[in-house]
Design a binder for this molecule. Sequence first.
Ligand code: ADP
Ligand code: ZN
Ligand code: ZN
Length: 737
Amino acid sequence: MPIVRVALDIPLPTLFDYTVAEGVAVAVGQRVIVPFGRRQMTGVVMECAAATEMAPERIKPVKQVLHDSAPLSAELLDLLRFCSDYYRYPIGQTVLSALPTRLRSDKPIISRVILSYRLSASGAALDLELFPKRKVVQRRILAKLAEQPCNLAQLKSLSATAGAQLKALMAEGWVESVALATSLTPSPSTACGGGAQKHTFDNAHTLTGEQQFAVDAVTAAQGYACFLLHGITGSGKTEVYVHLMHHVLQRGGQVLLLVPEINLTPQLENYFRSRFPDVNLISLHSGLSDGERLHNWQQAQAGDAQIVLGTRLSVFAEMPGLALIIVDEEHDNSFKQQDGLRYSARDVAIFRASQRGVAIVLGSATPSLESYHNAQSGRYRMLKLTGRALAEARLPAVRCININQTVMHHGISENLLREIGQRIARREQSLLFINRRGYAPVLMCTGCGWLSSCRHCAGKMVLHLNDKRLRCHHCGYQLHVPHACPSCGNADLHPVGSGTQRVESVLQERFPDARILRVDRDSTRNKRAWQTMREQIHANEVDILVGTQMLAKGHDFPALTLVGVLNPDSALYSSDFRAAEKLFAQLVQVAGRAGRADKPGEVIIQTAFPDHPLFRALQAHDFEGWASVQLAERQLAGFPPFVYQAMLRAEGKQETGVYAFLNQARAAAVELRLAVEILGVVPAALPRRANHIRAQLLVQGAKRKDLQHFLRAWQPLLDALPAQKLRWSLDVDPLEF
Ligand code: ADP
Ligand code: ZN
Ligand code: ZN
């Protein structure tokens, strides 16, 4: 009997074998329903085999082959196999987590894309003479489909119950669905190079020399090539993407454009739609309903969506005609998934491009040091945009204010307040950037020094004055603000430091008539809120914006001429070796908001360290200089990109259990005697969260291959360790420490 090996959402690093009944056609990539223990589960056929090692009495048959979606391509399955192996995550969970929720379930899919139905091979083999006479409607449907494929409306003309009967026929595997205008297997015409396609292209701008050079370099590439498009903010990277897309679309290919989570706004979608008015563009992100996501995914799969615009999860979208991948803001940390399959969508995209033999473009004003290093060493090709696209638009002037030598008002310097006042008078906008929401990061007792610590975490509770609460941003625990110190009874409790709410109230006091808008996760909790706020900003109904990093990225606010950065210093001396890199990127982003149109912009940074090299580089708009100093430091210290890392994390209620596990893991690692460096077991940056003790163990290798080799040997040992009452995970190429 033929055997299929099925990927299931089970935390074991194997596929599961099942038999297939005689006469049932099943292909690799098809979804199937199988019994598992007492349950039944939906899985994906990864392999067909002639034999199994399982005892014949234990092996069970596939319960049902699902024909309501096209099989996954061998190419996608290969990509998922690679991810499972590289990120050390069970194959079944890898495959299932890459699929839209609807495809993971066993509920029949009646999709909006799939409009045509036809007989399957087994359906065509049926002898209608022998078909049960009492199933009248089913017989009629089968007879009709034997003549030609039909859509649902045509079938419903046969009988009012045709919909339900069709489902029954599909469940038997006799009828299958076909996407309209394409067949289940992508037709050759949608594959790249399969023929020219005409589309309307709004060619708004003549490219600058640098832009044209970049476009030419990418379009001239044969097969796989990875480009780093390093262009300052406002240099017109988006315009380069648009022209590259145009080039691919003309040849009938599909384009995948990955953007950070926070950037995927309706505006961005509309922008690309406006440039390609008659091209089918779909988006894929976690904000879609399950139905929408499936619908969009299937359009990509059918080759009907020519442009797929998505966040990290869209790197797994099935795209038969994929001819170009673009990763915008490639340095952004939201490309890395922080739980489950801990993949980097950027890195997976690079693998995908090389697997498929197409070009990939990584774009950023502040590339990650990993990518920058790869471009310098020649592994990627560097493309530079050094000037702003609009001749009048200048880079903003950057100035530091020493907070120890000036008058401060609750965290805002007098000079900055004066500058804001001038902007209000000129009807220009100001933005104050502070990476902390709430009113103040901690509440303190002036009598005994008590601090508002979270009782469940090693962190502090943040003061939120709007609803008079202390809130832990790590575990969500909250309390009413106490009237007196819980420790000594003193009534004099003081907020220490500033968050967005406090900045807002200081500004309101100083500028009572100003229209102030606070943009952070608290004020934009409602889905529509952020959208409305953006409209207000564009309509110039706002004088001062106070916001967190939500405001830093990718938005174009033409009236904005002043950016104030309130407290960047903590990142300068952080234990996270990437903190400075992140801060630099963030400040370039936020500075890039100022002076985008015809008005020059200014950036004022409040710091205790005005001479710090980071601020100097920022003032000189010198990413290159900054990056080369950082890279030299990383090389000396033996940090990425000069080593490759993997982090083993564990957490549990018992400290002894957590450390015992990690110490055993470490001993097992040492015993392997492989070419990696095994560091010590240490507490996590937040050593206790929601009453769980957290610790970690870092392993690093000089070569990716060495580390991968080690991880393959180590993983089974980890799986075999006793790990009661604790959770552990392996994070390959970790970004968070
Ligand atoms: P980036 O993505 O690099 O920050 P954008 O692509 O948003 O930059 O471009 C900045 C501005 O310059 C936009 O308003 C864009 O329309 C304009 N622009 C881009 N390229 C050109 C060009 N070649 N000629 C004129 N304007 C351009
Ligand atoms: Zn006290
Ligand atoms: Zn907490």
